[in-house]
Write a protein that binds this ligand. Structure first.
Ligand code: FAD
Length: 343
């Protein structure tokens, strides 16, 4: 644990791959900006890279006051040891009070390593972050301006607020798509703080020869309309109803985890806590009960239509339009009506 000045900055780990800034640090920037403003401190992005200093401009435009820039030929690709060492040194030197990471493959590997090295806490997969005060039960001590790290817990049955009043910095990860993408302010500028680092051979135990990335088959995040099917659809064959409704609306087909587990559609289409987080203009849930883990991935949709035979299904608590009925009757009628309207 480091003895951190509570006036420390708010940091966002500005994850880049092959010189390309990822979406999640940009999404995090809007929330981090609000946290920093509430605390009255600066917001900084930390950019570890090789020769892409210009990414700093984008980070300023999305809200950073400062960019800690660490350029080194070995930092172009993520490697656990070297990245952990650099972040550890920076955190020791500048003592931020909050550090946020995207819950990406890289963030999920890096953040726990840093937390363990610094002996700080880490809350994974937060769905919200706020600043608040907390009085500890044991000693009745008031801790001001803590990071409230909010996320589903106990299998998603409760929404827990996790705090860390005696470990600093306070650290959390947030999954892609959970925070909305902010609008850039192209006139915004900031300060680049260039840091030199020494990275030894021991810090680079792996040699990356080639990188292979499996392209995602669907980009649910970009879809304006999503039609998602659940276990209630009944079979892979009957899932054709979901595809047909999606096709006639120009929508992306998606699914609950139960539908994926039953083999109706593949995992790239899964929406929810362990799938993709989406916020389309229109989300149609077909035969989905609306478990909290599913809602975590879609409840920010602008309009939600739910079709379910059970009037008490939890999906109706978040739906704007509720259709109680058998999906096998409702969906073909919807398809027919849409087709009639569009011819
Ligand atoms: C750690 C963890 C992570 C998870 N992550 C996710 C996640 O990312 N995404 C996710 O979706 N789930 C996730 N889950 C699983 C989640 O808890 C639920 O089990 C799942 O969402 C249920 O899927 P479902 O609604 O399709 O199925 P069910 O809960 O079985 O619901 C089926 C629904 O279909 C309705 N229905 C049945 N027949 C018809 C019909 N003919 N017409 C109309 N309606 C009908 C039923 O009334 C019911 O409401 C996770 C669980 C855990 C523990």
């Amino acid at each position: 644990m480091i003895d951190v000045n509570r006036q420390g900055e708010v940091w966002v780990f500005a994850e880049q791959h092959n010189g390309e800034l990822q979406d999640v640090p940009i999404e995090l920037m809007s929330k981090a900006r609000r946290l920093a403003d509430t605390l009255g401190v600066k917001l900084a992005a930390v950019l570890l890279c090789n020769g892409v200093k210009e990414l700093s401009t984008k980070l300023f435009q999305y809200g950073a006051d400062k960019v800690y820039l660490v350029e080194h030929r070995s930092l172009g690709h993520y490697q656990a040891n070297s990245y952990t060492k650099v972040m550890y040194d920076l955190i020791h030197k500048y003592q931020p009070q909050i550090v946020l990471y995207g819950a990406t493959t890289t963030g999920r590997d890096l953040a726990p390593r840093i937390a363990s090295a610094i002996k700080a806490g880490l809350t994974a997969d937060c769905t919200d972050l706020q600043i608040g005060d907390h009085t500890t039960v044991a000693d009745k001590k008031l801790h001001k301006n803590l990071l409230f790290q909010i996320r589903p817990a106990f299998g998603g049955n409760i929404i827990a607020t996790i705090i860390n009043h005696d470990r600093w910095p306070q650290m959390a990860t947030v999954r892609e798509g959970v925070m909305p993408m902010p609008e850039p302010d192209v006139k915004r500028v900031g300060v680049i703080v260039e840091e030199k680092v020494k990275i030894s051979k021991q810090d680079l135990p792996l040699k990356i020869l080639e990188e292979h990335k499996r392209p995602k088959k669907v980009n649910l995040k970009a879809a304006r309309i999503i039609v998602a099917g659940g276990a209630g659809v009944g079979s892979k064959e009957n899932f054709k109803l979901v595809w047909d409704l999606a096709n006639c609306l120009g929508a992306a087909p998606a699914a609950s985890r139960a539908a994926v587990d039953l083999g109706f559609i593949d995992h790239d289409h899964q929406v929810g806590q362990t799938g993709t987080t989406v916020r389309p203009s229109l989300y149609i849930a077909v035969g989905i009960s609306g478990a909290i883990q599913h809602q975590a991935g879609m409840n920010q949709s602008q309009k939600i239509v739910a079709i379910n035979s059970d009037p008490n299904a939890p999906i109706f608590q978040v739906a704007h339009y509720k259709i109680v009925g058998d999906l096998n009757d409702v969906v073909p009628k919807m398809i027919k009506a849409i087709k009639e309207k569009t011819v």
